[in-house]
Design a binder for this molecule. Structure first.
Ligand code: HEC
Length: 130
């Protein structure tokens, strides 16, 4: 009888101790979230713009014929609006073979693939000015 009372008391103490331990945290642990690697921001798509890419290309490859300021008397490509309006025809012509009728640049070497791609990308990027 005595033994069981002692056992009961011990049990109560153990249970009590277990409960109080949980209720009162002995130490306050600052919970700092583990540094999560920020996902890399996707690179901003670089749009081909008239001022930075197309105008210099026209000045280099379609000059002087299409630049009135340089004495050209063919279709005027010296500004954004005019170039934008003619882009379809420009792309069609620069993709022809030099021997084809209507090939541009007239009597000059064919543009490089990357130069042609630039004209095309300008169009597919939405013909942005700057
Ligand atoms: C050496 C002079 C010369 C150069 C350089 C030249 N062109 Fe031309 N271009 C012409 C001539 C001449 C015509 C008119 C004959 C014709 O339509 O085929 C013309 C006509 C055009 C036309 C038709 C315009 C229209 O509606 O009358 C387009 C588009 C054109 N060129 C695009 C270009 C592009 C783009 C370049 C540069 C990559 C270029 N040309 C370079 C001489 C040139």
């Amino acid at each position: 009888m005595k033994k069981s009372i002692i056992a009961l008391i011990v049990l109560i103490i153990v249970v009590f101790a277990a409960c109080t331990k949980k209720a009162i945290p002995s130490k306050t642990v600052a919970i700092v979230p583990a540094p999560v690697d920020k996902p890399m921001a996707p690179p901003k798509p670089v749009l081909v713009a008239y001022t930075t890419s197309i105008q210099p290309l026209i000045e280099a490859k379609c000059s002087p014929c299409h630049l009135p300021a340089r004495g050209g008397n063919k279709a005027d490509f010296s500004n954004y609006t005019a170039s934008k309006e003619r882009i379809q025809d420009m792309i069609a012509r620069i993709q022809l073979n030099p021997a084809d009728r209507g090939f541009m640049p007239f009597k000059h070497d064919k543009l490089s693939d990357s130069e042609i791609a630039l004209f095309k990308k300008w169009q597919s990027d939405g013909l942005v000015e700057n």
